[in-house]
Design a protein around this ligand. Structure first.
Ligand SMILES: C[S@@+](CC[C@H](N)C(=O)[O-])C[C@H]1O[C@@H](n2cnc3c(N)ncnc32)[C@H](O)[C@@H]1O
Length: 272
């Protein structure tokens, strides 16, 4: 089945009556906030990471349009159990949340979402399946912060340029220059184990594929990488990287032959 992520989510949500529900949009953004507003829940709290205006501002607009004072945006860390009282929500949506959560935080966030759900409350969690191209010689340990220098610790002797090239070409998103950015896409097998470990029941998994335009995807990735390079303080490194990005860009357009690739997604549906 090939279907866009939004269509998939829309179809799935059409099976839920949320009119009496207290809903959490865990890791909000335009898509999830709009889809939830359209379901007319009784109450809706959209959470984004403190300072994440990129997501917060458009969501604020969507919520304001509804004129519903029970629909609110919250800048907060889902790792903080104090964010909400126990059993606050009857429904949680985590749409593309995990991709921006580092692995050390994940289990706490699952635990918290379980804690905040009412008995029999439902959760939908949807993200991109982990997909690693076969490059056994390259294994990243960690990437440095954007401030000053970009440290790149890795097992192999491949250089920075190869790393950047890999970053642009493979769907696995690496926490390249900053913390709190998209880190890894996790294997659904791990996600299933996090549901299990934190006490969720009736864990149901659906896998689906969506068609992704390669050029659009590359260009979005390019903007992302360039923004981060621009923020670097080491001007030599910055200059060198921008040159290499420009080379990669040329190579990409010269070699582009396919229009689409298929991206695998998982969607978990579970209850407390
Ligand atoms: C890729 S966006 C989600 C996309 C969104 N659901 C949509 O439909 O457009 C990831 C969201 O998760 C949020 N996020 C990541 N880690 C978080 C955390 N620890 N606490 C709260 N929000 C977090 C980000 O701030 C961002 O709003």
């Amino acid at each position: 089945m090939i279907i866009s992520k939004i269509e998939f989510l829309k179809n799935l949500l059409s099976g839920f009556d949320l009119k009496k529900s207290v809903v959490l949009d865990a890791g909000t953004g335009k898509t999830s906030a709009q889809l939830l507003v359209d379901k007319h829940p009784n109450k809706l709290i959209c959470v984004t990471y403190p300072g994440d205006k990129r997501k917060g501002m458009p969501v604020q607009k969507i919520l304001k349009k509804t004129n519903n004072i029970k629909y609110t945006l919250l800048y907060g860390d889902l790792e903080d159990i104090q964010l909400f009282p126990e059993e606050t929500f009857s429904f949680i949506l985590a749409d593309y949340l995990l991709g921006e959560v580092s692995v050390d935080k994940v289990l706490t966030i699952f635990h918290n979402m379980h804690h905040w759900l009412q008995p029999n409350g439902q959760i939908l969690l949807l993200d991109r399946e982990y997909c690693q191209t076969f490059q056994p010689q390259i294994q990243y340990l960690s990437m440095g912060e954007v401030e000053g220098k970009a440290d790149l610790l890795k097992f192999s002797d491949c250089n920075f340029i190869e790393a950047l090239d890999m970053f642009l070409r493979i769907p696995t998103q690496i926490n390249f220059f900053r913390k709190h950015e998209r880190t890894f896409d996790f294997p659904s097998l791990w996600v299933k184990s996090w549901f299990d470990q934190t006490g969720f029941h009736n864990i149901d998994l659906t896998i689906f594929q969506s068609r992704i335009n390669i050029k659009e995807e590359f260009e979005t990735g390019l903007i992302w990488v360039k923004e981060r390079i621009q923020r670097m303080k080491n001007s030599n490194l910055q200059k060198g990287l921008l040159e290499e990005v420009s080379n990669l860009e040329k190579a990409f357009y010269t070699n582009l032959s396919e229009t689409y690739f298929l991206r695998t997604h998982y969607c978990f549906q579970s209850s407390k």
